[in-house]
Design a protein around this ligand. Structure first.
Ligand code: RB5
Length: 142
């Protein structure tokens, strides 16, 4: 799968590790920045990534900030983006199977690399189940 990734300064320190995890899982990973840990505003990177994901059918995104909260709030302003703030493998699985989430968010200050690895594995392994969940997902958009 093609995955766009972006962080803010708080999560810049783990971006390369997460890129490696995702690449090792067989994904094509495209880095949308930032290029260093200088202070940036997370909505700028959330909006940049969501614009790309919406323009590139079938692609998904990974957004990381300190808590994952700001990134998910900003990403969910985009129609067609379903950003899920995940804390573990289970929430990542449910985000894919039940919510058809297309942007994964998590917090660098919340989860360690081992948990991040299991979140990524789960995200990449599970697919949307459709059925009753499709009707609910459709109702999300106003
Ligand atoms: C940056 O200090 C922090 O506010 C940001 O990374 C994120 O956690 C916001 O939701």
């Amino acid at each position: 799968m093609k995955l766009y990734i972006a962080t803010d300064h708080a999560a810049f320190c783990i971006k390369e590790d997460v890129k490696k995890i995702l690449t090792d899982l067989g994904n094509e990973v495209i880095d949308l920045g930032p290029e260093n840990d200088s202070r940036v505003d997370y909505p700028d990177f959330a909006h940049k990534l969501c614009t790309q994901v919406l323009a590139d059918e079938g692609s998904q995104g990974v957004l990381i900030c300190g808590t994952g909260i700001g990134m998910s709030l900003a990403a969910n302003k985009h129609h067609g983006i379903r950003a899920a703030l995940c804390h573990d493998a289970y929430t990542a699985q449910m985000a894919r199977e039940h919510n058809d989430a297309n942007v994964l968010c998590f917090g660098q200050r919340v989860v360690g690399l081992g948990v991040i690895e299991s979140i990524c594995e789960s995200w990449c392994h599970y697919n949307f189940e459709g059925g009753r969940h499709a009707d609910r997902v459709e109702k999300i958009e106003l």
